[in-house]
Design a protein around this ligand. Sequence first.
Ligand code: PMP
Length: 365
Amino acid sequence: MARVHNFSAGPAALPQCVLREAQDELFDYAGTGMSVLEMSHRSEAYRAIIEDAEATLRRLLDIPPSYRVLFLQGGATLQFAGIPLNLMRRRRAGYVVSGNFAKLAWREGCKYGDAEVLASSEASNFDRIPELGAVENRAASGDLDYVYICQNNTIFGTQFHTLPDCTDTPLIADVSSCFLSGPLDIERYGLLFAGAQKNAGPAGVTVVIVREDLIANGPARADICPTYLDLRVQAEKGSMYNTPNTFGIYLCGKVFRWIEQTDGLVAMAQRNRAKADLLYRTIDDSDLFQGTADPKSRSMSNVTFRTCDAETDEAFIAYARERGIEGIKGHRMAGGLRASIYNAVTMDSVGALTACMREFEASRG
Ligand code: PMP
């Protein structure tokens, strides 16, 4: 059966070899006589799976021992609450509102303390990453518990290409849609987190990487923080305060191994750069398609664009579907078109999309 070119924003394309391996192992995992789906999370076989997933991720990102790695549930969204509950010790934090998910995180932060908007690009419909000078100045005052950013804005197709310098104020980042697309300097962050369903695996796993000293004293709001969200408890229990998403973590581990076997994150970033360059070049060379993000803020993961009007956008989506191209409808908040070109989306798929764009444009005369 032919597989489509899948440009979905998440859940998104997974590496085919990972799917095949999981298929092979589904009925009887490594001679255990059972599927990972049926296996106790406390079993020796499962312990090896989760430990290998963490160890591989640590190698890939060169995560220092002073950081804890957690595999949690509740999506990236639950961490919008988990972060203030754990870290807003003086009840004052700063948020950069660069898109809808950053805004949702800020709103959640407002429930627990003084969540200041340090910069926003909402006035221009989140078409860019805001200027960071004011953010850095505010961070330098030293009275914020953290500065929060969403590093890649999945809906609007923008990305931080440099991180704000927050001096000693911990930087907290939602990296959901750029996680594992290239190397990260972990020590720049106090905490980073990602829903897995883009580059890391299936939906239902959230990876949290947190500097240990930030959680060592327990949650800032121990009185009201649900135990599940208590990052110290989760770290002490090895992400097993309760039953984790066993199968999801197993698949993430396979994706981490795949990245390692395909030469790691530097090589991954090079391939992603080549894919993004081809797609943006095709958009920029076209008289019909146009990019919607400010060129300086363009995302390497989610490429947002449109045609001359909504009707033509729809016609292009239908034209592409006939050619085996799926998932290019823009998010309802942004409209237009979006191609998510995560790690498992091949250059071949991006080539198919760009060829389709050129043919569509030519067909209109
Ligand atoms: N942050 C970003 C950047 C996202 O792209 C998404 C979802 N696509 C979320 C947060 C919300 O993630 P989840 O659905 O896992 O809660």
